[in-house]
Design a protein around this ligand. Structure first.
Ligand code: FCB
Length: 470
Protein backbone atom coordinates (compact mmCIF):
# COMPACT_ATOMS: atom_id res chain seq x y z
CA UNK A 1 0.00 0.00 0.00
CA UNK A 2 1.35 3.42 -0.93
CA UNK A 3 1.63 6.24 1.57
CA UNK A 4 -1.04 8.06 -0.34
CA UNK A 5 -3.47 5.15 0.04
CA UNK A 6 -2.75 4.92 3.77
CA UNK A 7 -3.46 8.60 4.00
CA UNK A 8 -6.76 8.15 2.19
CA UNK A 9 -7.84 5.41 4.53
CA UNK A 10 -7.28 7.39 7.68
CA UNK A 11 -9.21 10.23 6.03
CA UNK A 12 -12.10 7.85 5.63
CA UNK A 13 -12.32 6.84 9.25
CA UNK A 14 -15.95 7.34 10.33
CA UNK A 15 -17.58 7.59 13.74
CA UNK A 16 -18.62 4.27 15.33
CA UNK A 17 -22.03 3.14 14.17
CA UNK A 18 -21.82 4.87 10.78
CA UNK A 19 -23.68 2.64 8.30
CA UNK A 20 -21.88 1.47 5.20
CA UNK A 21 -24.48 0.29 2.75
CA UNK A 22 -25.49 -0.17 -0.85
CA UNK A 23 -28.85 0.47 -2.46
CA UNK A 24 -31.04 -1.10 -5.15
CA UNK A 25 -34.69 -0.94 -6.16
CA UNK A 26 -37.24 -3.64 -6.93
CA UNK A 27 -37.94 -3.07 -10.62
CA UNK A 28 -34.28 -2.54 -11.42
CA UNK A 29 -33.13 -5.92 -10.10
CA UNK A 30 -35.90 -8.37 -9.22
CA UNK A 31 -37.24 -9.68 -12.54
CA UNK A 32 -39.90 -12.40 -12.02
CA UNK A 33 -42.56 -9.93 -13.10
CA UNK A 34 -45.33 -12.49 -13.50
CA UNK A 35 -44.38 -14.78 -10.65
CA UNK A 36 -46.26 -15.55 -7.44
CA UNK A 37 -49.18 -13.31 -8.24
CA UNK A 38 -47.35 -10.05 -8.93
CA UNK A 39 -49.52 -7.52 -10.76
CA UNK A 40 -48.53 -5.25 -13.62
CA UNK A 41 -46.67 -2.03 -12.79
CA UNK A 42 -46.39 1.16 -14.83
CA UNK A 43 -42.81 0.18 -15.66
CA UNK A 44 -43.97 -3.11 -17.20
CA UNK A 45 -46.31 -1.16 -19.44
CA UNK A 46 -43.86 1.63 -20.21
CA UNK A 47 -40.98 -0.67 -21.14
CA UNK A 48 -43.22 -2.55 -23.57
CA UNK A 49 -44.26 0.66 -25.32
CA UNK A 50 -42.01 1.17 -28.36
CA UNK A 51 -39.60 4.10 -28.14
CA UNK A 52 -39.82 4.63 -24.40
CA UNK A 53 -36.72 2.75 -23.26
CA UNK A 54 -33.46 2.52 -25.13
CA UNK A 55 -33.24 -0.67 -27.20
CA UNK A 56 -36.63 -1.82 -25.93
CA UNK A 57 -35.04 -3.16 -22.74
CA UNK A 58 -37.32 -4.17 -19.86
CA UNK A 59 -37.16 -5.60 -16.35
CA UNK A 60 -38.80 -8.98 -16.99
CA UNK A 61 -35.68 -10.80 -15.84
CA UNK A 62 -33.45 -7.90 -14.76
CA UNK A 63 -30.79 -9.24 -12.34
CA UNK A 64 -33.04 -12.19 -11.47
CA UNK A 65 -32.65 -11.09 -7.85
CA UNK A 66 -36.06 -12.58 -6.99
CA UNK A 67 -34.43 -15.98 -7.36
CA UNK A 68 -30.85 -15.08 -6.56
CA UNK A 69 -31.37 -12.95 -3.47
CA UNK A 70 -29.46 -15.36 -1.22
CA UNK A 71 -26.42 -15.16 -3.49
CA UNK A 72 -26.74 -11.38 -3.50
CA UNK A 73 -26.94 -11.18 0.28
CA UNK A 74 -23.84 -13.39 0.46
CA UNK A 75 -22.07 -10.84 -1.73
CA UNK A 76 -23.18 -8.04 0.60
CA UNK A 77 -21.78 -10.00 3.52
CA UNK A 78 -18.51 -10.52 1.65
CA UNK A 79 -18.31 -6.75 1.18
CA UNK A 80 -18.98 -6.29 4.88
CA UNK A 81 -22.01 -4.06 4.31
CA UNK A 82 -23.69 -3.12 7.55
CA UNK A 83 -26.92 -1.96 5.85
CA UNK A 84 -28.81 -2.60 2.63
CA UNK A 85 -31.43 -0.31 1.14
CA UNK A 86 -33.97 -2.01 -1.12
CA UNK A 87 -37.51 -1.29 -2.22
CA UNK A 88 -40.70 -3.29 -2.11
CA UNK A 89 -42.64 -3.80 -5.31
CA UNK A 90 -46.18 -2.55 -4.63
CA UNK A 91 -47.77 -4.80 -7.32
CA UNK A 92 -46.24 -7.86 -5.64
CA UNK A 93 -48.09 -6.95 -2.45
CA UNK A 94 -51.31 -5.63 -4.01
CA UNK A 95 -51.50 -6.67 -7.67
CA UNK A 96 -54.04 -3.97 -8.50
CA UNK A 97 -52.90 -1.44 -5.92
CA UNK A 98 -55.73 -1.91 -3.45
CA UNK A 99 -57.62 -4.59 -1.60
CA UNK A 100 -56.41 -8.05 -0.68
CA UNK A 101 -52.79 -8.67 0.17
CA UNK A 102 -50.82 -11.18 -1.86
CA UNK A 103 -49.09 -13.24 0.82
CA UNK A 104 -46.60 -14.71 -1.63
CA UNK A 105 -45.37 -11.23 -2.39
CA UNK A 106 -44.84 -10.46 1.28
CA UNK A 107 -43.14 -13.83 1.72
CA UNK A 108 -40.41 -12.81 -0.69
CA UNK A 109 -39.53 -9.80 1.45
CA UNK A 110 -39.70 -11.95 4.58
CA UNK A 111 -37.16 -14.31 3.05
CA UNK A 112 -34.96 -11.42 1.94
CA UNK A 113 -35.02 -9.63 5.29
CA UNK A 114 -34.41 -12.87 7.19
CA UNK A 115 -31.39 -13.52 5.03
CA UNK A 116 -30.09 -10.01 5.64
CA UNK A 117 -30.57 -10.24 9.40
CA UNK A 118 -28.85 -13.61 9.51
CA UNK A 119 -25.82 -11.94 7.96
CA UNK A 120 -25.95 -9.00 10.36
CA UNK A 121 -27.06 -6.57 7.64
CA UNK A 122 -29.60 -3.93 8.63
CA UNK A 123 -32.51 -3.85 6.12
CA UNK A 124 -33.57 -0.33 5.06
CA UNK A 125 -36.91 -0.66 3.36
CA UNK A 126 -38.24 1.83 0.81
CA UNK A 127 -41.94 1.46 0.05
CA UNK A 128 -42.05 3.13 -3.35
CA UNK A 129 -39.31 3.25 -5.93
CA UNK A 130 -41.52 4.12 -8.88
CA UNK A 131 -43.32 0.87 -9.70
CA UNK A 132 -46.94 1.99 -9.31
CA UNK A 133 -49.54 -0.74 -9.93
CA UNK A 134 -50.85 -0.14 -13.47
CA UNK A 135 -54.45 -0.43 -12.23
CA UNK A 136 -53.93 2.72 -10.14
CA UNK A 137 -52.42 4.57 -13.08
CA UNK A 138 -55.49 3.55 -15.10
CA UNK A 139 -57.58 5.27 -12.44
CA UNK A 140 -55.55 8.48 -12.77
CA UNK A 141 -52.17 7.68 -11.22
CA UNK A 142 -50.40 10.17 -8.95
CA UNK A 143 -52.34 13.19 -10.22
CA UNK A 144 -55.38 11.51 -8.64
CA UNK A 145 -55.52 12.22 -4.90
CA UNK A 146 -56.93 8.78 -4.15
CA UNK A 147 -53.58 7.17 -5.04
CA UNK A 148 -52.07 8.72 -1.89
CA UNK A 149 -54.69 6.98 0.28
CA UNK A 150 -54.10 3.67 -1.50
CA UNK A 151 -50.39 4.09 -0.77
CA UNK A 152 -51.05 4.57 2.95
CA UNK A 153 -53.06 1.31 3.03
CA UNK A 154 -50.27 -0.51 1.24
CA UNK A 155 -47.65 0.98 3.59
CA UNK A 156 -49.63 -0.12 6.65
CA UNK A 157 -49.91 -3.68 5.32
CA UNK A 158 -46.20 -4.01 4.57
CA UNK A 159 -45.30 -2.43 7.90
CA UNK A 160 -47.54 -4.82 9.81
CA UNK A 161 -45.96 -7.81 8.10
CA UNK A 162 -42.31 -6.76 8.39
CA UNK A 163 -42.09 -4.47 11.39
CA UNK A 164 -40.45 -7.18 13.47
CA UNK A 165 -37.59 -7.37 10.95
CA UNK A 166 -37.18 -3.86 9.58
CA UNK A 167 -36.11 -0.95 11.77
CA UNK A 168 -35.86 1.88 9.26
CA UNK A 169 -38.74 2.57 6.91
CA UNK A 170 -38.79 5.09 4.12
CA UNK A 171 -41.71 6.12 2.01
CA UNK A 172 -41.25 7.52 -1.52
CA UNK A 173 -37.92 7.46 -3.33
CA UNK A 174 -37.20 10.79 -5.04
CA UNK A 175 -40.69 12.24 -5.42
CA UNK A 176 -39.24 14.83 -7.84
CA UNK A 177 -38.44 12.10 -10.38
CA UNK A 178 -41.70 10.22 -9.89
CA UNK A 179 -43.69 13.41 -10.49
CA UNK A 180 -41.73 15.43 -13.02
CA UNK A 181 -40.04 12.70 -15.08
CA UNK A 182 -43.19 10.57 -14.96
CA UNK A 183 -45.83 13.21 -15.67
CA UNK A 184 -44.08 16.27 -17.19
CA UNK A 185 -41.06 15.21 -19.25
CA UNK A 186 -42.42 11.74 -19.91
CA UNK A 187 -38.95 10.22 -19.71
CA UNK A 188 -40.10 7.82 -17.02
CA UNK A 189 -43.26 5.75 -16.58
CA UNK A 190 -46.09 6.42 -17.07
CA UNK A 191 -44.64 8.76 -19.69
CA UNK A 192 -47.29 11.49 -19.57
CA UNK A 193 -46.48 15.06 -20.61
CA UNK A 194 -48.99 16.99 -18.56
CA UNK A 195 -47.18 19.69 -16.58
CA UNK A 196 -50.13 20.64 -14.36
CA UNK A 197 -50.73 17.01 -13.52
CA UNK A 198 -47.06 16.64 -12.64
CA UNK A 199 -47.56 19.29 -9.94
CA UNK A 200 -50.64 17.51 -8.64
CA UNK A 201 -48.63 14.30 -8.73
CA UNK A 202 -45.81 15.89 -6.74
CA UNK A 203 -48.23 17.04 -4.08
CA UNK A 204 -49.94 13.65 -3.90
CA UNK A 205 -46.58 11.89 -3.62
CA UNK A 206 -45.80 14.16 -0.66
CA UNK A 207 -49.25 13.50 0.76
CA UNK A 208 -48.69 9.76 0.28
CA UNK A 209 -45.49 10.11 2.30
CA UNK A 210 -47.30 11.89 5.15
CA UNK A 211 -50.28 9.54 5.18
CA UNK A 212 -47.96 6.52 5.19
CA UNK A 213 -45.93 7.95 8.09
CA UNK A 214 -49.20 8.26 10.05
CA UNK A 215 -50.54 4.86 8.99
CA UNK A 216 -47.38 2.95 9.86
CA UNK A 217 -46.45 4.67 13.10
CA UNK A 218 -43.07 3.00 12.61
CA UNK A 219 -40.25 2.98 15.10
CA UNK A 220 -38.00 4.87 12.69
CA UNK A 221 -39.24 6.45 9.50
CA UNK A 222 -37.71 8.64 6.84
CA UNK A 223 -38.46 10.52 3.65
CA UNK A 224 -36.20 10.42 0.63
CA UNK A 225 -35.28 13.35 -1.62
CA UNK A 226 -32.82 13.78 -4.46
CA UNK A 227 -30.91 16.97 -3.86
CA UNK A 228 -28.66 18.86 -6.25
CA UNK A 229 -26.21 21.65 -5.68
CA UNK A 230 -27.34 24.47 -7.96
CA UNK A 231 -25.13 27.31 -9.18
CA UNK A 232 -26.04 30.26 -11.40
CA UNK A 233 -23.76 30.58 -14.42
CA UNK A 234 -23.14 34.27 -13.67
CA UNK A 235 -24.27 36.81 -11.10
CA UNK A 236 -26.74 38.33 -13.52
CA UNK A 237 -30.25 38.75 -12.25
CA UNK A 238 -31.46 36.39 -14.94
CA UNK A 239 -29.11 33.58 -13.90
CA UNK A 240 -29.74 34.10 -10.20
CA UNK A 241 -33.44 33.77 -10.88
CA UNK A 242 -32.81 30.58 -12.88
CA UNK A 243 -30.87 29.11 -9.95
CA UNK A 244 -33.59 30.12 -7.50
CA UNK A 245 -36.19 28.37 -9.68
CA UNK A 246 -34.31 25.11 -10.20
CA UNK A 247 -33.21 24.92 -6.56
CA UNK A 248 -36.83 25.70 -5.68
CA UNK A 249 -38.47 22.93 -7.66
CA UNK A 250 -35.75 20.32 -7.22
CA UNK A 251 -34.82 20.86 -3.58
CA UNK A 252 -36.93 23.30 -1.56
CA UNK A 253 -40.35 22.17 -2.80
CA UNK A 254 -39.73 18.79 -1.15
CA UNK A 255 -37.49 19.77 1.76
CA UNK A 256 -39.81 22.56 2.91
CA UNK A 257 -42.84 20.30 2.62
CA UNK A 258 -41.39 17.34 4.49
CA UNK A 259 -39.41 19.23 7.10
CA UNK A 260 -41.52 22.34 7.71
CA UNK A 261 -44.99 21.45 6.39
CA UNK A 262 -45.05 24.33 3.87
CA UNK A 263 -44.41 24.87 0.19
CA UNK A 264 -42.09 27.75 -0.66
CA UNK A 265 -44.16 30.75 -1.85
CA UNK A 266 -41.79 31.59 -4.68
CA UNK A 267 -42.02 28.06 -6.10
CA UNK A 268 -45.81 28.06 -5.92
CA UNK A 269 -45.68 31.32 -7.89
CA UNK A 270 -43.28 29.83 -10.47
CA UNK A 271 -45.67 26.91 -10.97
CA UNK A 272 -48.45 29.30 -11.98
CA UNK A 273 -51.09 27.22 -10.24
CA UNK A 274 -53.41 28.30 -7.45
CA UNK A 275 -52.43 26.24 -4.37
CA UNK A 276 -56.11 25.56 -3.63
CA UNK A 277 -56.25 23.74 -6.98
CA UNK A 278 -54.37 20.85 -5.47
CA UNK A 279 -53.77 21.42 -1.73
CA UNK A 280 -56.61 20.63 0.67
CA UNK A 281 -56.89 21.85 4.26
CA UNK A 282 -54.80 19.70 6.57
CA UNK A 283 -52.56 18.33 3.81
CA UNK A 284 -49.49 20.30 4.78
CA UNK A 285 -49.71 19.24 8.40
CA UNK A 286 -49.90 15.62 7.27
CA UNK A 287 -46.94 16.04 4.91
CA UNK A 288 -44.84 17.77 7.55
CA UNK A 289 -45.45 15.13 10.24
CA UNK A 290 -42.20 14.47 12.12
CA UNK A 291 -39.77 11.96 10.65
CA UNK A 292 -36.64 10.48 12.17
CA UNK A 293 -34.24 10.57 9.27
CA UNK A 294 -33.86 12.29 5.91
CA UNK A 295 -32.59 10.08 3.09
CA UNK A 296 -30.57 12.19 0.68
CA UNK A 297 -29.76 10.91 -2.80
CA UNK A 298 -26.96 12.94 -4.34
CA UNK A 299 -25.29 12.66 -7.73
CA UNK A 300 -24.32 16.01 -9.19
CA UNK A 301 -24.43 19.79 -9.48
CA UNK A 302 -26.45 21.88 -11.93
CA UNK A 303 -25.11 25.10 -13.39
CA UNK A 304 -28.00 27.08 -14.79
CA UNK A 305 -28.68 30.14 -16.87
CA UNK A 306 -31.74 32.24 -17.53
CA UNK A 307 -30.57 33.02 -21.05
CA UNK A 308 -32.79 31.45 -23.71
CA UNK A 309 -31.74 28.80 -26.14
CA UNK A 310 -29.56 26.52 -24.00
CA UNK A 311 -29.92 22.86 -23.07
CA UNK A 312 -33.24 22.04 -21.40
CA UNK A 313 -31.68 19.61 -18.93
CA UNK A 314 -28.27 18.83 -17.49
CA UNK A 315 -27.68 15.71 -19.59
CA UNK A 316 -29.35 14.37 -22.71
CA UNK A 317 -32.22 11.93 -22.19
CA UNK A 318 -31.93 8.77 -24.29
CA UNK A 319 -35.49 9.04 -25.53
CA UNK A 320 -37.76 11.78 -26.77
CA UNK A 321 -38.91 13.87 -23.80
CA UNK A 322 -40.27 17.28 -22.80
CA UNK A 323 -39.01 19.61 -20.03
CA UNK A 324 -39.52 18.43 -16.46
CA UNK A 325 -39.05 22.00 -15.19
CA UNK A 326 -42.67 23.02 -14.95
CA UNK A 327 -43.06 26.80 -14.93
CA UNK A 328 -39.33 27.31 -15.55
CA UNK A 329 -39.01 25.77 -19.01
CA UNK A 330 -36.88 28.70 -20.21
CA UNK A 331 -33.99 27.86 -17.86
CA UNK A 332 -31.00 26.28 -19.55
CA UNK A 333 -28.36 23.98 -18.16
CA UNK A 334 -24.78 24.88 -18.96
CA UNK A 335 -21.50 23.06 -18.80
CA UNK A 336 -19.94 23.61 -15.39
CA UNK A 337 -16.56 22.49 -16.71
CA UNK A 338 -16.21 19.40 -14.54
CA UNK A 339 -15.49 15.82 -15.58
CA UNK A 340 -18.63 13.79 -16.25
CA UNK A 341 -19.75 10.20 -15.72
CA UNK A 342 -21.13 7.99 -18.50
CA UNK A 343 -24.52 9.56 -17.79
CA UNK A 344 -23.06 12.98 -18.64
CA UNK A 345 -23.54 13.99 -14.98
CA UNK A 346 -20.86 16.36 -13.68
CA UNK A 347 -18.79 14.99 -10.82
CA UNK A 348 -18.75 17.37 -7.89
CA UNK A 349 -18.27 16.02 -4.39
CA UNK A 350 -18.18 19.56 -2.97
CA UNK A 351 -21.86 19.73 -3.93
CA UNK A 352 -22.57 16.89 -1.50
CA UNK A 353 -21.03 18.84 1.38
CA UNK A 354 -23.05 21.82 0.23
CA UNK A 355 -26.44 20.07 0.19
CA UNK A 356 -25.90 18.32 3.52
CA UNK A 357 -24.75 21.45 5.34
CA UNK A 358 -27.57 23.40 3.74
CA UNK A 359 -30.18 21.03 5.18
CA UNK A 360 -28.48 21.36 8.57
CA UNK A 361 -28.42 25.16 8.32
CA UNK A 362 -31.84 25.90 6.83
CA UNK A 363 -34.11 23.28 8.42
CA UNK A 364 -35.05 21.96 11.85
CA UNK A 365 -32.55 19.40 13.18
CA UNK A 366 -32.80 16.04 11.40
CA UNK A 367 -30.53 13.00 11.14
CA UNK A 368 -29.45 12.26 7.59
CA UNK A 369 -27.98 9.50 5.49
CA UNK A 370 -26.68 9.60 1.95
CA UNK A 371 -29.11 7.00 0.64
CA UNK A 372 -27.81 6.91 -2.95
CA UNK A 373 -24.56 8.06 -4.49
CA UNK A 374 -22.57 6.53 -7.31
CA UNK A 375 -21.65 6.69 -10.95
CA UNK A 376 -22.06 4.93 -14.27
CA UNK A 377 -18.93 4.34 -16.30
CA UNK A 378 -18.25 2.23 -19.36
CA UNK A 379 -16.74 -0.72 -17.55
CA UNK A 380 -14.45 -3.16 -19.29
CA UNK A 381 -14.20 -6.75 -18.12
CA UNK A 382 -10.72 -8.14 -18.73
CA UNK A 383 -9.37 -11.42 -17.41
CA UNK A 384 -12.05 -11.63 -14.78
CA UNK A 385 -11.48 -8.12 -13.41
CA UNK A 386 -13.14 -4.75 -13.81
CA UNK A 387 -10.59 -2.04 -13.08
CA UNK A 388 -13.13 0.71 -12.51
CA UNK A 389 -10.75 3.33 -11.19
CA UNK A 390 -13.12 6.16 -12.01
CA UNK A 391 -15.96 4.68 -9.94
CA UNK A 392 -13.62 4.04 -7.05
CA UNK A 393 -12.41 7.63 -7.26
CA UNK A 394 -16.01 8.86 -7.36
CA UNK A 395 -17.03 6.90 -4.27
CA UNK A 396 -13.83 7.82 -2.46
CA UNK A 397 -14.34 11.52 -3.14
CA UNK A 398 -17.96 11.42 -2.02
CA UNK A 399 -17.16 9.45 1.13
CA UNK A 400 -14.59 12.14 1.79
CA UNK A 401 -17.36 14.71 1.38
CA UNK A 402 -19.45 12.79 3.94
CA UNK A 403 -16.56 12.96 6.35
CA UNK A 404 -16.21 16.68 5.76
CA UNK A 405 -19.92 17.18 6.36
CA UNK A 406 -19.72 15.26 9.64
CA UNK A 407 -16.79 17.42 10.73
CA UNK A 408 -18.90 20.47 9.92
CA UNK A 409 -21.52 19.17 12.35
CA UNK A 410 -23.96 17.38 10.01
CA UNK A 411 -25.66 14.47 11.83
CA UNK A 412 -24.88 12.07 9.00
CA UNK A 413 -25.40 8.45 9.96
CA UNK A 414 -24.56 6.46 6.87
CA UNK A 415 -23.70 6.13 3.21
CA UNK A 416 -25.37 3.85 0.64
CA UNK A 417 -23.57 3.34 -2.64
CA UNK A 418 -25.74 3.27 -5.75
CA UNK A 419 -25.72 0.56 -6.66
CA UNK A 420 -24.90 -2.81 -5.20
CA UNK A 421 -24.84 -4.26 -8.72
CA UNK A 422 -25.34 -3.31 -12.34
CA UNK A 423 -29.03 -3.13 -13.16
CA UNK A 424 -31.86 -1.78 -15.29
CA UNK A 425 -31.25 1.96 -15.47
CA UNK A 426 -34.76 3.17 -16.37
CA UNK A 427 -34.95 4.93 -19.76
CA UNK A 428 -31.36 3.79 -20.46
CA UNK A 429 -32.25 0.12 -20.08
CA UNK A 430 -29.13 -1.99 -19.53
CA UNK A 431 -27.00 0.64 -21.24
CA UNK A 432 -25.53 2.16 -18.08
CA UNK A 433 -23.72 0.28 -15.35
CA UNK A 434 -23.78 1.75 -11.83
CA UNK A 435 -22.83 -1.36 -9.85
CA UNK A 436 -20.01 -2.03 -7.46
CA UNK A 437 -20.65 -5.58 -8.60
CA UNK A 438 -20.52 -6.40 -12.29
CA UNK A 439 -23.36 -8.50 -13.68
CA UNK A 440 -23.11 -10.45 -16.91
CA UNK A 441 -26.54 -9.71 -18.34
CA UNK A 442 -26.56 -13.01 -20.28
CA UNK A 443 -25.41 -15.46 -17.62
CA UNK A 444 -26.31 -13.44 -14.48
CA UNK A 445 -22.82 -14.08 -13.18
CA UNK A 446 -21.79 -11.58 -10.48
CA UNK A 447 -18.24 -10.31 -10.11
CA UNK A 448 -16.79 -7.81 -7.65
CA UNK A 449 -15.37 -4.79 -9.46
CA UNK A 450 -12.24 -3.13 -8.08
CA UNK A 451 -14.45 -0.42 -6.57
CA UNK A 452 -16.28 -3.09 -4.56
CA UNK A 453 -13.02 -4.55 -3.27
CA UNK A 454 -11.88 -1.07 -2.28
CA UNK A 455 -15.18 -0.28 -0.54
CA UNK A 456 -14.95 -3.59 1.36
CA UNK A 457 -11.50 -2.59 2.56
CA UNK A 458 -12.74 0.81 3.77
CA UNK A 459 -15.57 -0.90 5.64
CA UNK A 460 -13.14 -3.37 7.17
CA UNK A 461 -10.88 -0.53 8.33
CA UNK A 462 -13.87 1.08 10.03
CA UNK A 463 -14.88 -1.98 12.03
CA UNK A 464 -14.71 -1.26 15.75
CA UNK A 465 -12.47 -4.24 16.56
CA UNK A 466 -10.02 -3.30 13.84
CA UNK A 467 -8.99 0.27 14.53
CA UNK A 468 -7.16 2.05 11.74
CA UNK A 469 -3.57 3.08 12.30
CA UNK A 470 -4.52 6.76 12.20
C1 FCB B 1 -31.69 7.72 -8.98
C2 FCB B 1 -32.67 6.58 -8.82
C3 FCB B 1 -32.03 5.22 -8.95
C4 FCB B 1 -30.97 5.18 -10.04
C5 FCB B 1 -30.01 6.32 -9.88
C6 FCB B 1 -28.91 6.33 -10.91
O1 FCB B 1 -32.38 8.86 -9.39
O2 FCB B 1 -33.30 6.65 -7.56
O3 FCB B 1 -33.05 4.28 -9.16
O4 FCB B 1 -31.57 5.15 -11.25
O5 FCB B 1 -30.69 7.54 -9.94
Amino acid sequence: MTTQEEQTRSDLCFPPGFSFGAATSAYQIEGAVTEDGRGVSIWDTFTKTPGRVLNGHHGDVAMDHYHRFAEDVAIMAELGLTAYRFSVSWPRIQPTGSGAINQKGLDFYRRLTDELLEHGIDPWLTLYHWDLPQALEDQGGWPDRDTAYRFADYAAAVHEALKDRVHTWSTVNEPWCAAFLGYASGEHAPGRREPQNAIRGAHHLNLAHGLAVQAMNARRVGGCVNLYAVTPETDSERDLDAARRIDGLQNRFFLDALLTGRYPEDVLADLRMEPEDFIQPGDMKTIGAPIDVLLVNYYSRFTVSGAPGGKASAAAAPTDSASPWVGSEHVSFVDGGRPVTAMGWEIDEAGLVEVLTRVMRDYPPIAMVVSENGAAFDDVLTDGRVHDRERRAYVEAHLGACKEAIEAGVPLEGYFAWSLMDNFEWAWGYGKRFGLVHVDFETQERLLKDSALWYAEIIRQNRPHEPTDS
